[in-house]
Design a protein around this ligand. Structure first.
Ligand code: ZN
Length: 207
C-alpha cells in the first residue's frame, strides 16, 4: 500500500498525492477523467466524471481535487504558483507522442493567462528507461531512448520527452522535478507491464 505526499515540490502550496487505489476514498469533491490514452485536456470547475479526456485543469477557487489513474504511465502534476491554477495529466506513450502536456500548458495560458515561467511541473512515479522496453513501432515516434542491442528492443524515456516539451514551451528547467521511482521495479507500486491484468491502478491526486 503506497501513499506518498509530494507537496513539498510545490512548496506545500497545493496537495499532491500518489497512492494505491483503494475503496476508502471519498469522491464528492473530485473530478475524474475517463481516460482513453488521448491527448485531450479539459478545464473543469465541478466534480464528476469527464469522458474521453486524459488531463484536467482547474483553478484553486473551485476547491476541486483532480485525479488520474496510472500503472506505469506518467502522472504529470502542474501548478502555476502565481494564479493558483493546477492540473493533472495522464501521459502514457500515446499521450506523450501526441504531446498532451502541450495541450495542458495551452489551457493554462488561455484560461489562466499563465506565464510558463510560473509553472511548476512534477513528473510522478512511472516506468523508467531502465525497464520500459518497446519495439521500433513505438520507439520511432520518440527522441529519447536507448537501444538494447541484444534484444533488438528500445528503452523509452518518457520523462525526457515530457521535460523537452515543457522547456521548449518556456517552463524553467529548475521548476521541473521527477520522482525517482520506477513503478516496474519498485516493490509495492502497481505496474501493468510487470503484473498485466492482475495489476491495480495507482491514483494521482492534486488539490
Ligand atoms: Zn526500472
Amino acid at each position: 500500500m503506497i501513499d506518498i505526499n509530494f507537496s513539498k515540490f510545490f512548496n506545500n502550496n497545493i496537495d499532491l498525492n500518489f497512492q494505491t487505489e483503494n475503496d476508502h476514498l471519498s469522491f464528492h469533491d473530485v473530478a475524474i477523467p475517463q481516460q482513453t490514452h488521448s491527448a485531450n485536456v479539459k478545464f473543469v470547475t465541478e466534480p464528476g466524471l469527464y469522458d474521453d479526456v486524459d488531463g484536467l485543469i482547474t483553478s484553486k477557487k473551485y476547491k476541486l481535487k483532480l485525479m488520474t489513474r496510472v500503472a506505469d504511465c506518467v502522472p504529470i502534476y502542474l501548478h502555476d504558483f502565481k494564479n493558483d491554477y493546477y492540473g493533472l495529466i495522464h501521459s502514457g506513450w500515446r499521450g506523450t507522442k501526441n504531446h498532451i502536456i502541450l495541450n495542458a500548458l495551452d489551457i493554462f495560458k488561455n484560461k489562466g493567462f499563465s506565464n510558463f515561467k510560473n509553472i511548476k511541473v512534477f513528473i510522478g512515479p512511472h516506468i523508467k528507461d531502465c525497464c520500459y522496453e518497446v519495439d521500433w513501432d513505438v520507439a520511432q515516434y520518440f527522441s529519447f531512448f536507448k537501444k538494447n542491442k541484444k534484444e533488438k528492443k528500445w528503452l523509452l524515456n518518457l520523462e525526457k520527452e515530457i521535460i523537452y516539451d515543457c522547456v521548449t514551451k518556456g517552463v524553467s528547467y529548475k521548476n521541473i522535478k521527477v520522482a525517482d521511482i520506477c513503478t516496474f521495479e519498485t516493490m509495492g507500486y502497481e505496474s501493468f507491464r510487470r503484473d498485466g491484468k492482475k495489476s491495480k491502478r495507482m491514483l494521482g491526486i492534486i488539490g
